[in-house]
Each structure stands twice: as C-alpha cells, then as structure tokens.
Ligand binder design. Structure first.
Ligand code: PLP
Length: 381
C-alpha cells in the first residue's frame, strides 16, 4: 500500500526559527504560510479521500494514511520535542505503536511501576501473548546504578519519568546515554514532564511518546496521542515503520481533535507555568499537614502524590470531601483532579492503598489549598 500525502493545505513552518524557545514555539509553530489574506489558524480538513493526482496516479490519497490537520499538529509537536511527530488516536495507541518497534523476543528494561495500562501491555509482551515472549526487566528507574546493570544486553528500554503515580524520577541523560552504548532502542513516555521540562530526544532517545490528552491539549476535552522520533537516519526509519503501523492498524486521530489539541498547545507554556507554581506551593503545605504522611513531588512539574494517614477508607473519604478538586482520573487539564490510584485492579501493588494522585490545575492556589486542607482534616476526624 502506498502511503503518500494527499493534497491539502500542508503545514508551512518556514518562518519558525530553531532558536526560538518553547514558549514561542507553542504559539508560532504549525501556522498557515504567511500570505496576504491567509488565515492565522489552519483549517480543519474533513475528508476521507482525495482526488487522484494525474501526475502520480499510484498515490493513495486516503484519509487513513494522512490528513493536513494532523500535519500541522505534528509540525508543532515535532518542533517542541526536537524530532518528527506522528499523531495517534490516543496516548495508548501511541504507546502500543511504539512498543511494536521493539525487536521480537528482545530484553526490555521498564520501570517497576509505569502507567498501569502501559504496564498491562508490557506484561502481555512478557507473557508472549502475541508471539514470542520478551524478557522484561522491571527496575526502579530512580536507581541509576541498578538500571544500568539491567540495561546490559537489553534490546530496548521504556522510560517514564516521573513515573505514574509513584513519581519516581530517572536521571534521563545518564540512562539514555548508557542505553545507547548498549545499542538499545530508547523509548520515553514524556507525558508527565512535557517538552517544557525535558526533551528526551536531545539526550539521545530514539522515540518519545505522549498522551496528548493531558498537558499538551490541556482542557480534558479530547483523547489523542503522539509518537515523536529523532531526526536522524535511525529515527527516520522508525518513523516510516510507525507511520505504516498507524495506517494499517487504523489508530488515527480525528481532524477535529487534532485541531483542538493544537489550539490547546498555544497556551501550554502559561498553563504549565501556573500549574507548576501551584504544585510547588501545595507540596510545601501538604508536607506539614498532619493527615499526610508522605508527599511525592520531584521538585518540579505539576503532578504530585500524597499518602494519607490511614488507608484506603481515609483516602477515599478525602476524595469524597473535596468541593473544588474533582475526584476523577486523567491529568494535565486546567482543572485540578484527585484520584486514589489503587482503585484500579491493574495498578501496581507498589502503589500504596492510601496514595492520592493530584493533577494540579491553574485555579487560585489558596482556593486549592483551602479545599484540600478541609477535605484532609474532615476525612481524618
Ligand atoms: N502515558 C501516561 C503516562 C499516562 O498517564 C496515560 C494516561 O493516563 C497514557 C500514557 C495513555 O494516554 P491516553 O489516555 O490518552 O490513551
């Protein structure tokens, strides 16, 4: 099957400078070409098929292979992660496509408690559910020495830093370098950190994965994923395979979702800055709260986890007692969410029953604190 680009208003990023900072790139990338009368935003291309090109009748021109609205989002994501992006129907579609790049039967080094649905796919690879079994080495990524030992002979490493929800942080530059020395394929889920915090491809990673559902789109109104590959020859070969996977498996984004995500990205920098400031403020307050026995906060980012004094019942009561924080799964939106992660049967047993994951939003920090403080105090009474 030919996988070619259909005609359409492709992204024109000719005016975007590689010197610009991410705060500028989120605003300037993926815009239509500047021309008199041109729109400032790209159109939404709603077309499942494209007219045959007389110059190249073998060209497919089909909506499962390509779409101009995906392309503008891909341009922006590629600029932010210093690589070349492909958008997928969801974060899990992106994770699944990326895991398909791992050589069959090879050793994979993975975090001991990654995002639980990624963990389920990794356990399937370990069990050989879809063919040859892989040896999967589950490690504490925050222990760089132990991770380096596990990397010996590895075909691939799956990185997630911080991990969801234990907030374990890896020394990414060190681990990526070690993995590359071993010849391992380096894949990194950068959903929690965002490219504003770290750009794994600049450390030498081959592949970055995002749940675009989260910070990148930022408004909890869509599901979308992305895989970004390094801009070198090795990355380009991986990108061709990922693109083929997307077309064949059909894990494609809706053009409207892609457009909305691009609109969300325009404010990523200001949203993330505010959410990070709120998280830093809350982490400090929470550490001194008598109802909290542990705060897991890396010192940056807008995600944190707390362990509540007591167990499951006390943690559930905190969630039920909040009025501003919403008891819901997901993260990275403008609104603050709170969730007890062990409510999922698939969650790792390393995650304490009393752990609450907090996705800090952009509301007023004092209001967020007052609500959390009241809920924590009420739940322990
Ligand atoms: N990766 C991480 C770290 C996540 O937290 C999630 C979802 O919570 C995903 C991947 C999957 O993303 P999606 O829900 O968009 O499929």
């Amino acid at each position: 099957m030919t996988e070619s680009r259909p005609p359409g208003p492709a992204a024109e990023d000719g005016d975007v400078s590689s010197d610009w900072s991410p705060a500028t790139l989120v605003v300037a990338s993926g815009r239509p070409a500047r021309a008199p009368g041109a729109p400032v935003n790209p159109p939404i291309e709603l077309s499942s098929t494209y007219a045959v090109s007389p110059d190249d009748p073998a060209r497919l021109g089909y909506g499962r292979a390509d779409n101009a609205t995906w392309e503008v989002l891909e341009t922006a994501l590629g600029a932010l992660e210093c690589g070349e992006a492909l958008v997928f129907a969801s974060g899990m579609a992106a994770v699944s496509a990326a895991l398909h790049l791992i050589p069959i039967g090879g050793v994979i080094v993975v975090p001991r408690a990654p995002y639980n649905t990624s963990a389920t796919l990794l356990r399937e690879l370990e069990a050989g559910s879809s063919g040859a079994a892989h040896e999967v080495r589950w490690v504490d990524l925050s222990d760089a020495d132990a991770t380096e030992l596990a990397l010996v002979g590895a075909a691939a490493v799956w990185l997630e830093s911080p991990t969801n929800p234990l907030m374990e942080v890896a020394d990414l530059p060190r681990l990526v370098t070690s993995a590359r020395k071993q010849g391992a394929l380096v894949l990194c889920d950068n959903t929690f950190a965002t490219p504003l915090q770290q750009q794994p491809i600049t450390y030498g990673a081959d592949v970055v994965v995002h749940s675009v559902t989260k910070y990148l789109s930022g408004h909890s109104d869509l599901l979308l994923g992305a895989v970004i590959t390094s801009p070198d020859a090795r990355g380009r070969e991986l990108r061709d395979r990922l693109r083929q996977h997307r077309t064949r498996h059909g894990a494609i984004a809706g053009p409207f979702e892609a457009w909305l995500a691009l609109r969300g990205i325009r404010t990523l920098h200001v949203r993330f800055e505010r959410a990070c400031a709120n998280a830093a403020f809350l982490a400090q307050r929470l550490a001194a709260h008598p109802a909290v026995c542990r705060v897991r906060y890396p010192g940056w980012g807008a995600m944190l986890a707390i362990e509540v004094v007591g167990g499951q019942a006390e943690a559930d009561r905190v969630v039920a007692a909040t009025r501003l924080w919403l008891g819901a799964t997901s993260l990275g939106g403008v609104e603050s969410l709170i969730e007890r992660r062990r409510r999922y049967p698939a969650e790792s047993e390393l995650v304490p029953e009393s752990l609450l994951r907090l996705s800090v939003g952009i509301e007023d920090a004092a209001d967020l604190w007052a609500d959390l403080d009241a809920a924590l105090s009420a739940a322990l009474r």
